[in-house]
Design a protein around this ligand. Structure first.
Ligand SMILES: [Zn+2]
Ligand SMILES: [Zn+2]
Length: 116
């Protein structure tokens, strides 16, 4: 028999042989899962990092600069149509374009409505 002691949750009177009583153990586990889930969905994750790296290797020049006859190394994979969280659009490579930082900033600023 393990000694029973009060639940580690502040002001919970339950005695338990674990860190938390059953109720609070569940709560703590849920909270942990929730946080871990949001950390993975925050940003694009490693899958996107890998995919965009490969895309930039295949498209080493900024397409917007290329249209103006300039040759600039691409740095960022941009979504031509803003995906707004739509995963189909997000992973659709026909919706991707390689941009340099400057062109990406200009496009983002335009989409945010700060320009024009
Ligand atoms: Zn408790
Ligand atoms: Zn450019």
């Amino acid at each position: 028999m393990k000694p029973r002691r009060p639940c580690s949750h502040p002001s919970c009177p339950e005695l338990t042989s674990d860190r938390y009583c059953d109720k609070h153990q569940k709560q703590v586990t849920q909270e942990y899962d929730r946080r871990r889930g949001s950390a993975a969905s925050r940003g694009y994750g490693s899958r996107w990092r890998k995919a965009s790296k490969r895309f930039l290797e295949e498209h080493p020049l900024c397409v917007a600069c290329e249209r103006e006859g300039k040759l600039t190394p691409s740095k960022i994979v941009d979504h031509i149509k803003p995906h707004k969280g739509d995963m189909m659009l997000f992973w659709d490579e026909s919706n991707w374009q390689a941009l340099c930082k400057r062109c990406h900033d200009i496009k983002t600023a335009r989409e945010d409505g700060r320009w024009g």
